[in-house]
Design a binder for this molecule. Sequence first.
Ligand SMILES: [Zn+2]
Ligand SMILES: [Zn+2]
Length: 373
Amino acid sequence: MQSYKMDNAAGFQMTADRGWMARTATAGMAATKARRTIDDRSAAPHKPPAAAPTARRERNCSVARTLDIVSDAWAFLIIREAFFGTRTFEGFRSALGIPRATLTDRLRKLTRLAIFRQVATAIPNRNEYRLTKMGFDLYPSFIALMQFGDAWLSGKKPPPLTLIHVPCGCDSHPVVACSHCHKELTAREVEYRDGPGAGRSRAKAGRNTRRASDGSRFLAGRPSSVSRALQVIGDKWSFMVVREAFFGNRRYDKIQTELEIAPNILTDRLSRLVTQGVFDRRLYQSAPDRYEYVLTDMGRDFYGPFVAMLAWGDRWLASGKPPLILTHKSCGHDFQAEVICDQCQRPIVAADMKYRLTYDPKAFGALGPRSIA
Ligand SMILES: [Zn+2]
Ligand SMILES: [Zn+2]
């Protein structure tokens, strides 16, 4: 037998303000309409819900909109190769070993999204694919993910790439900072409130339905710390579970209610995130045993890439109506996240960067980067 309880009677909301981001307004977010939820299944196998849920509604989120694009592994890999100077169909094919039909599909999709524009070449019917301004603007988010991958996921080996920031000439380890005071951001120092784009929208059909994801599809081609970071978080459900942790939602029931996620998928993603070191699983109640999922130091360090992706989504996909407004408690100002050089504090742009590599791109059939130190 399954047992149900009403979420407004279960006290889940108690943890809402214990998150890493202190909430300053509550409208829209805690939609607490009475909804049946399944008892905490942290320690037990899950049964499916008794009835199919109605159309799922997702919290409007600029990070999710960005992840919608880069969590498609092929789309991400194509954009990455473009940052290294690849522009032609055959160039992408060679660097990624991607099937022709898949590459055609993704280039068409990325052109439709205005990440790429097609430019005619001297050869008839042979177009080049160039990043647009919007596409190039993904670079800081990639760099933020790369810093995370370098710090946590490269094992004992040196990172595949060293960044040299041309304006200051230094080896750079960019950080995600407040656009007002230019200090590095941590989740604990940020408050948030609903912006003009807050609310929920119907989830896109066909997304978020993957039952299991080992993320290995991100690892095609050259070695990459960005790939390693996305291997952990690039699965859309994994990302949303970590996002809920940043909102202070750490208990199974609360996460399930917020995301309207199928129990088997939530269980799968939580156990994977524990295995990968993003969460610690802690007993908070005995008989019956109940667990909460607390971000580790590594998990908390995802905050930088998160807010970098949020800033991109706000700039390009929010129609001027950001769903969340962030306030930096340290300086007292609303801000956008920016990715800056840790040496000279200038914002990172793709054109300003040179690279030292620990690998030979030719060994992967790949190009560049064009600027090698
Ligand atoms: Zn600040
Ligand atoms: Zn610099």
